[in-house]
Design a binder for this molecule. Structure first.
Ligand code: FE2
Length: 376
């Protein structure tokens, strides 16, 4: 098993839940109007659709943003009595829904619930003049949800109840293409049960594992296992804190999110240097660059790469390799005041892994930020 490449391991996933990719990611936020402005201005997302009182939705407002194949939905409650308000009160702004694009939302529900999936949304068919969308949903870790979205008979912009969002403010995009992976943080002792849940309920396969011997710094540690569906379009690494001299960064997340949830969303680009320069110019804050020694050692560690090292070093972009190629990546600081959700920008040049060779440099950088917050 260990001698197989990541790509070979993916083929061992079960096929009872075919998934075409990430449909959208929905955030529950305190002020969706302002959050939408941030994701347009800072990350280059484009206005796509809107739902709220003007479209007949009374209890919430939702803004849909798109860039490449990435669709974000930012939802805010319009009163204090909804489940959305409760979610925000506990967790702050964060990801509620990782929606998956399927061919049959009713079958996806049956297959997963019969294997132990906990019901979030019974199958429904939503209709408007553009056709119908079928949806269902189950809970994953914490209060996070996987929604199954079937849209083969729908020609509308996003979902029924949404109308086009035509804005006069349209910053250019930043070259972000698709969701590469979404990482979940779970509590002490909860990684393996969560991995088993993805195997049993979703038919996913564990393609990579890192223990606390591999992922540790002077102070803190974590463990991580990566789950993938069969075609590799949907990948969910799961992190658990581990004992170290000081508090694990995963524990800091769990404390501030007040539970398990999405730690980071990795979005792909074909030109990470241009994308990161653009994002920095727009005010996105990234983790500090690793020390010079990291770049001096780079040719030895990853071999020959297409990119010049100088601009990578200037921007703090990290590089790692596996047997299938290499990848370039960089992580933002948390995008809200609680030290919870952040983004990763990733460019893959053949590698199917997640940058394990960068973990030490990355975590030392995260810990410097954690120390500034007084949480290390
Ligand atoms: Fe990642």
């Amino acid at each position: 098993m260990e001698s197989l490449t990541v790509s070979q391991k993916m083929t061992q996933a079960k096929d009872f839940l075919p998934i075409n990719g990430t449909d959208h990611i929905e955030f529950y936020v305190g002020n969706a109007k302002q959050a939408a402005h941030y994701y347009k201005t800072a990350f280059g997302f484009q206005s796509l659709a809107y739902a709220g009182p003007e479209t007949g939705v009374r209890d919430r407002a939702s803004y849909v943003l798109q860039q490449g194949k990435i669709r974000l939905v930012l939802t805010t409650p319009l009163n204090s009595k909804t489940a959305i308000s409760e979610h925000i009160k506990i967790h702050g702004d964060g990801v509620k829904i990782l929606a998956l694009w399927v061919d049959d939302a009713y079958k996806a529900f049956e297959e997963t619930v019969s294997r132990g999936g906990k019901v979030y949304m019974e199958p429904v068919t939503l209709k408007d003049n553009d056709g119908e969308v079928r949806m269902s949903g189950i809970y994953t870790y914490g209060e996070t949800v996987h929604l199954f979205v079937e849209r083969k008979n729908y020609a509308g912009l996003f979902l029924p109840c949404y109308k086009a969002w035509n804005s006069k403010y349209n910053p250019t995009d930043a070259g972000l293409l698709y969701v590469d992976h979404c990482v979940g943080n779970v509590g002490w002792g909860r990684m393996n049960p969560t991995i088993k849940w993805y195997e049993d309920v979703m038919g996913f396969v564990n393609i990579l594992s890192f223990d606390d011997k591999q992922i540790n710094t002077e102070y803190s540690a974590l463990m991580s296992k990566v789950m993938s569906n069969g075609n590799g379009y949907v990948k969910f690494p799961i992190n658990e804190p581990a004992e170290g001299k000081k508090k694990s960064q995963i524990e800091e997340y769990l404390d501030f999110y007040e539970g398990e949830g999405v730690q980071h969303i990795a979005v792909a680009t074909n030109d990470i240097v241009t994308t990161v320069k653009e994002l920095m110019a727009r005010g996105v804050e990234f983790l500090d660059a690793p020390p010079n020694a990291y770049y001096e050692d780079l040719p030895n560690r990853v071999g020959k790469i297409d990119e010049d090292i100088a601009p990578l070093q200037e921007l703090g972009i990290l590089v790692d390799c596996d047997e299938e190629g290499y990848l370039l990546q960089l992580f933002t600081k948390p995008v809200e005041d609680r030290p919870t959700l952040f983004f990763e920008i990733i460019q893959r040049k053949g590698a199917q892994s997640f940058g394990a060779g960068n973990f030490k440099a990355l975590f030392e950088s995260i810990e410097r930020e954690q120390a500034k917050r007084g949480n290390l």
